[in-house]
Design a protein around this ligand. Structure first.
Ligand code: ARG
Length: 570
């Protein structure tokens, strides 16, 4: 039951009864309905001021007349107050409808199939080869992961792309360094760290001996030309980096459908360059080829360097076209930090100038920076925070808290993993994505704050209540027992869940789900504090258990959608 529509229908019928034929579309009435800031003023309010002119009556008189004409079972009370018509939904019916629907739809509660038959491509995480997965890549990974889950929930077909940074002259230098000083077993064992060491040494020695740079360039040329030895080493570097990254992805439970990175587009850029030429968009500027964007208030997009080399932009143009041709997307999202705002504005503008109408379906999902306050992290390199170190520490810290709080818990390691990693992910997705984040352990792991552990703990509490109740009879719930303000607050939040999810998808904003989960957890804890669940009265008990079950299910779903696990015991 959609209460808003039902209220609008009642108003329309009352208008006709009291004032004869009135020409107002029902949707306009629904749109005019307000949600009063305080539930003491009702669940919905209808302002009668706009009707005043057409009906030639004062708003107060209209509200009085309508209040007298409305009698519906689902409405506990209708009041006329100063030109407003205030509607109070019958508390028991409200609880019955909302909780009933949530439990009936189960895991699909809040979902619809608005995305069925549609495809969204999501470019996220997109790490760089031969670099360690550092904290800067946490937000793109987790926002992207959440957006994948949210879109799937609404029936979209999703394509997750890890657009690897696997192109550039630095890879030639790395091969040169490896050929001079490298050791196969050391790189295989040391992974990315070992590759970084080689690269650092190369740059240090090249300062004394500039000829090294020529060597690096020569190796890069070999990669470009497809020289077998160069490619073998380069591909091996990639495999080693990905193996390291895979550990982190496993911890976070994040997956991709494609790892087509920058180098994948080596042979796909010429057609794009040709198309740019054909459309007269390419102009020469000091030997380089650019697209002039002065008319759009942006610096030029660089397409070819003066030595003919392609750029990040060139590859992104080819990638966008490839994604359209391959996946025929309805939406293409790029989850990339705000430092690249200009790059994506340029990219989308050039696509538009090329005449691709699908350019409007591309969207940059921008986000702020993560920094660290409080305790510094013990990494070999001082200030740089590596993601696997952070996650490992989070799990250790969670383990210590669990040892203290729940010494008898059975699967402590597993729960510590879920809580520690959940705390980091939750913290990352708690604020509006464009805000910068300052991470501290105290705030991320606080079991009483607005945190992952708090929501997980509340979910586990609901599980525990239901477990203890066992198969107690729930067949004759008395929903009037959910009329108190604490139960009603919980019911109202559960009713809002579907709308919250829709907004989160439409705005690419997982934090709406994160925030919601805290609101619901807080409301449930208040309810639980005020109301005993396992009372003697079977109707009250059944209703409270059903509410608890709906909370359990909704919290679990909300956490899943932001990529956080929900242990049943903590
Ligand atoms: N590898 C890039 C970086 O770490 C992000 C790539 C984003 N995706 C893209 N299609 N440009 O900054």
């Amino acid at each position: 039951m959609d209460f808003k529509t039902a209220v609008a229908n009642e108003i329309l019928a009352a208008l006709k009864a009291a004032f004869g034929e009135v020409e107002i579309p029902p949707a306009d009435i629904a749109a005019a309905l307000e949600i009063p800031p305080d539930t003491a003023m009702g669940d919905y309010a209808f302002p009668c001021f706009k009707l005043s002119k057409a009906l030639r009556k004062s708003p107060m008189m209209i509200a009085d007349a309508l209040a007298g004409a409305i009698h519906a079972d689902f409405l506990g009370k209708v009041e006329s107050v100063k030109g407003y018509l205030n509607f109070f939904i019958d508390r028991a019916i409200y609880a019955e409808k909302v909780i009933g629907l949530a439990l009936e739809q189960g895991e699909r509660y809040g979902a619809d199939d608005s995305g069925a038959g549609k495809t969204v491509v999501l470019d996220y995480s997109s790490i760089n080869i031969a670099k360690r997965f550092h904290i800067g890549h946490l937000s793109t990974t987790m926002i992207g992961n959440s957006l994948v889950r949210l879109h799937r929930f609404f029936g979209w077909n999703t394509v997750g792309v890890n657009h690897l940074g696997d192109w550039g002259t630095q890879f030639g230098k790395m091969i040169a360094a490896y050929k001079r000083w490298g050791d196969h077993d050391a790189v295989a064992a040391g992974g990315v760290d070992e590759m970084v060491k080689l690269y650092v040494r190369f740059n240090a020695e090249a300062e004394q001996n500039p000829a090294l740079n020529d060597e690096g360039r020569a190796w890069f040329k070999k990669i470009e030309d497809g020289d077998p030895e160069a490619l073998e080493i380069f591909n091996w570097f990639k495999a080693v980096t990905l193996k390291d990254a895979e550990r982190v992805y496993d911890m976070l439970n994040v997956k991709f459908d494609s790892y087509a990175g920058e180098s994948f587009y080596n042979d796909k850029m010429q057609p794009v360059i040709d198309a740019l030429k054909e459309k007269g968009l390419l102009v020469e500027d000091q030997g380089a080829q650019i697209v002039d964007l002065t008319d759009y208030g942006m610096p030029p997009a660089l397409i070819l360097r003066s030595d003919g080399a392609t750029l990040y932009m060139t590859r992104d143009l080819a990638a966008a076209k490839y994604r359209k041709d391959t996946y025929d997307f309805d939406k293409s999202l790029y989850v990339v930090a705000y430092q690249q705002d200009l790059h994506f504005r340029q990219l989308f503008k050039v696509l538009e100038l090329m005449g691709y109408d699908w350019a409007s379906k591309c969207e940059h999902v921008s986000f702020g920076m993560v920094s660290f306050g409080g305790e510094s992290l013990s990494t070999r390199k001082g200030t740089v925070v590596y993601l696997d170190d952070l996650l490992t520490q989070a799990v250790e810290k969670a383990r210590a808290i669990i040892d203290e709080k729940s010494p008898d818990l059975e699967n402590k390691d597993e729960v510590a993993r879920q809580v520690g990693i959940g705390a980091v992910v939750f913290f990352d997705l708690y604020n509006n994505r464009i805000k910068d984040i300052d991470f501290t352990w105290e705030r991320a792991l606080n079991f009483d704050g607005e945190t992952g552990p708090y929501v997980q703990y509340t979910h586990a509490r609901a599980c525990s209540v239901l477990r203890k109740a066992g198969d107690v009879d729930r067949s004759a719930p008395d929903f009037a027992a959910l009329s108190d303000p604490f139960s009603q607050d919980v019911v109202r939040l559960i009713e809002q869940f579907p709308d919250i999810l829709k907004s989160a998808v439409n705005r690419s904003e997982p934090s709406m789900v994160t925030r919601f989960s805290v609101d619901l957890a807080q409301a449930f804890n208040k309810f639980y504090y005020e109301n005993k669940v396992m009372v003697d009265d079977p109707g009250t008990r059944a209703a409270r258990l059903m509410l608890t079950d709906a909370v359990r299910q909704t919290l679990k779903q909300a956490l899943y959608l932001i990529g956080v696990e929900a242990p049943e015991r903590m």
